[in-house]
Design a protein around this ligand. Sequence first.
Ligand SMILES: [Zn+2]
Length: 230
Amino acid sequence: MSLSSVQSTLSTLKSCQTDIEACMDMVSDVALGIVEAQGMDNSQALKKLEEMIMECSRLDREINCFVESVDEMTAQVRNEPPEAMVHLRNSVKEHFTELMAGVTDAELQRHSKVISFKDNVRKYAMHAGQTAAENQEELDEDIAVTQSQTNFTCPLTQVEMVNPVKNKKCNHYYDREAILEMIKARHKNKKKFRCPKVGCGNTDVQESDLELDLVMKRMIQNHKRQTGKT
Ligand SMILES: [Zn+2]
């Protein structure tokens, strides 16, 4: 096996991590569905989902450890005669086992998607509680609708967002497809992309600043359902 084929295998493996993250988002969304339907009462189901997302976190970490092991070991043999390649497999295996043995549950908990899973469940349970309280108080419906419409509108498309992403730096929301397209276009011209929200001082929006907000997404979907009914 040549070193270049090793590299291409590694990049395929790295691309799997995107799928793992998408899978983690799905687990989070299922958890929100449970909270919506049954509140926090079904803790058994939520616990199962948390185990699932931790499994994903471990898988993600395994890929990182494996890639790191291969990188390190190939760097060592790069300038050595081809015979050295024979031992590569074993050294990678050893190094990988060593790395994984040092991984703790606490570290896996720190995966951004595991953190957002817990945040989402907590936030959504709170939101569901609030909505119930608002309904009891019979809040002025017009005000509620106007408020939510402003919050749910993407500053780029001017329509209700479908896949809301939150900017971690300035806390503004945009529709994912629209913002990614804009960032790409600006970066292609070697220019920075300023946050499109009026009055925001963030002059450099990066793709890595954005995270999908599943709670917001669900709130928009619910809002759409409610307004569609009336
Ligand atoms: Zn902003």
